[in-house]
Design a protein around this ligand. Structure first.
Ligand code: SAH
Ligand code: SF4
Length: 352
């Protein structure tokens, strides 16, 4: 069985031709998948029945099966998907009300089953690493949620995609990039590169590769600490790619693309949340065209990584602002449903 979303536009054309169909049918098929958000081959009304029958025999439209779903009080929806091999991943849709009374939707997409980086505070990191997702498995998360939104409210669409779900996106660069190109393409979902952000624990060679791409997607770097000593403990990849070269790769990224890098900093009580830590962070990123995103830790079950008090978070933010660092505190989404990276899957794995 061929999974259609795993194919690039050129591969889809080849596949359609290999079934004995004229090339223009590939365009129609692609339109049904990415624009029509079709749920079945039967829906594809302008394709001849004989072609649809061949597709049913040879190809599959979906690689994901929703296994569990939870909705938070703030309307964040998280779905646990089963993949064809029985592995599971999570995807979360977060609604943000706009000042004019509308809603914008951000989808948080996974790129791997588990994660090889193994950060101590992260539910996914603690699950170990199973495998990379294919481009189709990445795309299908988006297609499933796009369809869901459309079915509920015809004019609703996904506005932003953040690759901040399970896994290290940069460790699965090829599949990720294939998916991004399809998401961006006018024959795909037609989503602006500006509306997509890759979050990374700091893989320098891939940041360099990204800076040379034609499509300029956003880059978020998960810092969480401003010294190599502490970061080495929190984000083990720091032992390979230390802070100084990492920050300099981010500077190059900005210089090549003109896109401001955003630095993610999870605040953990008693670990990295003092005014002194704030000053070290300011010192590290000062003068860079960047933005710091402060994230009070999600209380996971792993002991020792708790969120600080609101006062401590505010004091940290004030200290950064005093030192002229632009920063925001990220509003927490879906806390009551354990919407943090990998948390639902952790519960699912334990219950098996
Ligand atoms: N691997 C990439 C992207 C996925 S992780 C990365 O690390 O950037 C996505 C985000 O979830 C990261 O910013 C990560 O640090 C954050 N995260 C993981 N565990 C968390 C926790 N316990 N509390 C708050 N954020 C967490
Ligand atoms: Fe992997 Fe990101 Fe979790 Fe670290 S925080 S283990 S890099 S998913």
């Amino acid at each position: 069985m061929i999974s259609l979303t795993d194919l690039t536009a050129a591969q889809l054309r080849e596949f359609v031709v290999s079934l004995g169909e004229p090339e223009y049918r590939a365009k129609q098929l692609q339109h049904w998948i990415y624009r029509g958000l079709a749920n079945s081959f039967e829906e594809m009304a302008n394709l001849p029945k004989s072609f649809r029958e061949k597709l049913t025999q040879k190809a599959q439209l979906h690689t994901l099966i929703p296994a569990q779903e939870v909705t938070a009080r703030d309307d964040t929806v998280k779905v646990l998907f089963s993949l064809v091999d029985g592995s599971t991943i999570e995807t979360a849709l977060m609604p943000y009300p706009t000042p004019t009374g509308g809603t914008r939707y951000t989808l948080c997409v996974s790129t791997q089953v588990g994660c090889p980086i193994g950060c101590a505070f992260c539910a996914t990191g603690q699950q170990g690493f199973e495998r990379n997702l294919t481009a189709g498995e990445i795309l299908d998360q988006v297609l499933l949620f796009a369809r869901r939104l459309r079915d509920r409210q015809s004019d609703a669409r996904i506005d932003n995609i953040v690759f901040m779900g399970m896994g290290e996106p940069m460790a699965n660069y090829d599949a990720l990039w294939q998916a991004i190109e399809m998401l961006n393409s006018p024959e795909g979902l037609g989503l602006g590169a500006r509306n997509m952000t890759i979050s990374t624990s700091g893989l320098i060679p891939q940041i360099e590769r990204l800076s040379k791409e034609k499509l300029q997607v956003g880059l978020a770097v998960s810092l969480h600490a401003a010294t190599d000593e502490l970061r080495g403990k929190l984000v083990p990849i720091n032992r390979k790619y230390a802070l100084k070269p990492l920050i300099s790769a981010c500077r190059d990224y900005f210089e090549k693309t003109g896109r401001r890098v955003s630095f993610e900093y999870i605040l953990f009580e008693g670990i990295n949340d003092s005014p002194r830590d704030a000053r070290a962070l300011a010192h590290l990123i000062q003068g860079r065209n960047c933005h710091a995103n402060l994230i009070p830790a999600n209380p996971t079950k792993s002991r020792g990584y708790r969120p600080p008090s609101q006062e401590t978070v505010q004091a940290f933010e004030q200290e950064l602002k005093r030192l002229s660092i632009t920063c925001t505190v990220r509003s927490r989404k879906g806390v009551d449903i354990e919407a943090g990276c990998g948390q639902l899957r952790s519960r699912f794995l334990k219950s098996k």
